[in-house]
Design a protein. Sequence first.
Length: 67
Amino acid sequence: MTTKQISRLVVLAAVVISLVTLLVKLIQGVAGFAGSLFNLILGIVIVIALVIIVIWMFWYANKMRKK
């Protein structure tokens, strides 16, 4: 192998390693974003459920006081 072929092989290997690393980082970023989005949706659902429970408690207390 000549020096030119070896240098091409080294550059090609560097490009392939860089692309694989970029792909892994992109997948990690998407997974992190999906996890954060899930946590956000779960938090919103919990807050809405708590608001509904509080409204129901006041409604029930008001109903029981009138009797």
